[in-house]
Design a protein around this ligand. Sequence first.
Ligand SMILES: Nc1ncnc2c1ncn2[C@@H]1O[C@H](COP(=O)(O)OP(=O)(O)O)[C@@H](O)[C@H]1O
Ligand SMILES: [Mg+2]
Length: 235
Amino acid sequence: MKSDSRTSEREDATTEPILALSNVVRRYETGGETVVALDHVSFDARSGGFVSVMGPSGSGKSTMLNLLGLLDTPDEGQVLLDGRDVTGLDDEARTAERKRSIGFVFQSFFLLPTLTAVENVELPTLFGTDPTRRERAVDLLERVGLGDRLDHRPAELSGGQKQRVAIARALVNEPRLVLADEPTGNLDRETGATILDEFRRIADEQNVAVVAVTHDPQLSDYVDRTVELVDGQVR
Ligand SMILES: Nc1ncnc2c1ncn2[C@@H]1O[C@H](COP(=O)(O)OP(=O)(O)O)[C@@H](O)[C@H]1O
Ligand SMILES: [Mg+2]
């Protein structure tokens, strides 16, 4: 599966991007100094596309993921969700949009140690009243190959299994965009490959847009395109 044969045609370029950054600038002020973490960056995520964002430490990757995840707002430029400008929304409205559309997978998994795998996957739905949530959680864990680990707690799972629980959890509210920060960062190469297969499958079969921020060159074998960040700019 080399990158030449996996073309950007997999991304549905005919539809509007799910999420887009248009000329965004994000600055941080610390101790009287200004750091320009993102310097006029434009980017979009489309259905069925798996995109990696690469760059050295400090290049602005996490800042970009936070903007894509509606966890943060830019100082300049716009954030567009389904073509709608959501830049100026207040926290509450932004959170509602985020819950409706976006799932997150983090490097350190963030699973609750006292809950079983299936309970961890159900967690993002617990404040709703959806009676099918257990069924959905089981279904998702089966899909990521953990049907026989439903009642295991995180301490009883390997790193790769924990990451797959985290992926299942990110999918439980049926997001159209999945954002991952260093999803293979804590995994050996082979386990990382199974996780990347999983992201590729989510993009191909469920038409989800996946954006992964990473140092891992292995991702280039799986993604439709790579965006390179250097000093807050897309190269
Ligand atoms: N909360 C913050 N306050 C001040 N500076 C920050 C903050 N977050 C990030 N930065 C700075 O912004 C730049 C980009 O950081 P970040 O987005 O975390 O990069 P990466 O994820 O690529 O390592 C770095 O110079 C970093 O020091
Ligand atoms: Mg980072």
